[in-house]
Design a protein around this ligand. Structure first.
Ligand SMILES: Cc1ncc(COP(=O)(O)O)c(C=O)c1O
Length: 425
């Protein structure tokens, strides 16, 4: 079946508006992003009309190893010759092997693994685990944070996504404090009634603000002082994107729970995992059937994730993360210097990057201009002045050079447009 050869873009838009998600389809069209994904390979993908795009959104890290990474695809194909989803009630060869490998790549003692089919589901499970472990209900999270759209995850997140479904957290069970404000965190924790603090190590949807020196270890110390668990949402920041398997350990913190998803799937087979220490995983021993998910830890997903972890740990992969991080930083600094009134900040930890521009909606404008130049990077939904810049960790020098050239053009034209608007006003 040739999926893309016969498809007509107008028809796909029409059907999407009629039968899929009209609001979302229109939202992109209104922003001038008339995109239907067609063929894809490595860190490129094509619009159905043939427009070639360099992918530095990579769906939040999902394609960190590239679109249709050949080794990952091969693992999946070979997996299908013997396995299917499996049966979520039983232990299995690949489920056990992947759990053992996750324990191996996580800090000592963070070694009990339960699977999920996606990030939100895994976050819900992490929060439930903290509640069971502490016998407390309250969840402390960060203002403007994002952990997905499932029940507890959406409640813990910004009201942008919970209000519409009447799922906003009430003040008793859900407390939100500003990021990087340790006094506010202590104030929230000092009531001795919180089950956990949940945090993205670097909050992506909020524009990748970097944690202040000492902030994350101080939060962990407060959690210990007041009997709450620390949940590290590593859905976007984990899997070697910082140069370490988990970004949180680079800040000297050993969390009680780590959540991973997105790139864990190799971009080809959905899977997520919650990795817990002894304390956080109490419910497993109390009642192992207390949480279940038919597709969570599907055997094909486990096979793919095992291959992902293998690729991530290769010395050449780790070396390339360093190269991509440094090389792109150098190039972006030049672009920033050329547009200094507009391009105001580069936020970075390894290949986790946020580019901040002048003006409330400037990130949206930069996204549009980059799109015109053939680069796909998305703005941060909870801080529209930031563009999320997430290069793949296997990018080559040639790719980086092409990307920087296009970034320079796109940012320059966005800066010129912003300057012309100021003059008119
Ligand atoms: C930090 C973070 N946590 C959790 C999630 C939820 O993952 P999913 O969309 O797979 O439910 C996301 C998704 O973007 C995320 O960025």
């Amino acid at each position: 079946m040739r999926i893309f050869d016969e498809a007509k873009k107008e028809m796909v838009f029409e059907d999407s508006i009629k039968y899929w998600n009209s609001g979302k389809t229109r939202e992109w069209l209104d922003l001038g992003i008339d995109l239907i994904m067609g063929k894809r390979e490595g860190y490129y993908f094509y619009d159905l009309d043939g427009k070639k795009l360099m992918d530095v959104h990579i769906n939040g890290g999902t394609y960190s190893l590239g679109h249709r990474n050949p080794e990952v695809i091969q693992a999946l194909i070979e997996g299908t010759t013997q396995c299917d989803i499996g049966n979520h009630h039983f232990p299995s060869v690949v489920k056990a092997a992947l759990a053992k490998e996750l324990a191996n790549v996580s800090p000592e003692g963070v070694s009990h693994v339960i699977y999920a089919s996606g990030g939100g589901e895994a976050i819900d499970l992490a929060l439930k685990s903290a509640r069971n472990s502490t016998g407390r209900k309250k969840i402390i999270s960060i203002q403007s944070c994002y952990h997905g759209h499932t029940g507890l995850a959406v409640t813990a997140g910004d009201s942008r996504f919970s209000k519409i479904f009447l799922t906003e957290g009430n003040s008793e069970d859900s407390v939100k404090v500003p990021f990087n404000d340790i006094e506010a965190m202590e104030e929230a924790l000092s009531k001795n009634d919180a089950a956990c603090v949940i945090m993205e190590t670097i909050p992506a949807t909020y524009g990748f603000p970097m944690p202040k020196e000492g902030y994350l270890p101080a939060v962990k110390a407060l959690c210990e002082k007041y009997g709450a668990l620390y949940i590290a949402d590593e859905v976007q920041t984990g899997l070697m994107r910082s140069g370490s398997m988990w970004a949180i350990t680079g800040y000297g913190v050993i969390p009680d729970i780590i959540v991973t998803s997105k790139g864990f799937s190799g971009g080809v087979y959905p899977i997520a995992a919650v990795i817990m220490n002894e304390k956080a995983s109490n419910w497993i021993r109390e009642d192992g059937s207390a949480h279940m998910s038919t597709f969570g830890g599907s055997e094909l997903g486990c096979i793919v994730a095992l291959k992902v972890l293998e690729i991530l740990q290769r010395p050449e992969t780790i070396k390339n993360v360093k190269f991509v991080s440094e090389y792109l930083r150098e190039g972006l600094e030049k672009i920033k210097a050329e547009n200094k009134d507009f391009f105001v900040e580069i936020r970075q930890n390894g290949t986790i990057m946020g580019l901040k521009f002048n003006g409330d909606k400037s990130g949206i404008s930069v996204m549009q201009h980059l799109y015109n130049e053939g680069v796909w990077a998305i703005y941060s939904m909870l801080d529209n002045s930031v563009v999320q810049f997430k290069p793949g960790i296997l990018c080559t020098k040639e790719y980086c050079d092409e990307l920087l050239e296009k970034m320079a053009k796109g940012i320059k034209s966005a800066a010129e447009e912003a300057a012309s608007k100021v003059k008119v006003v």
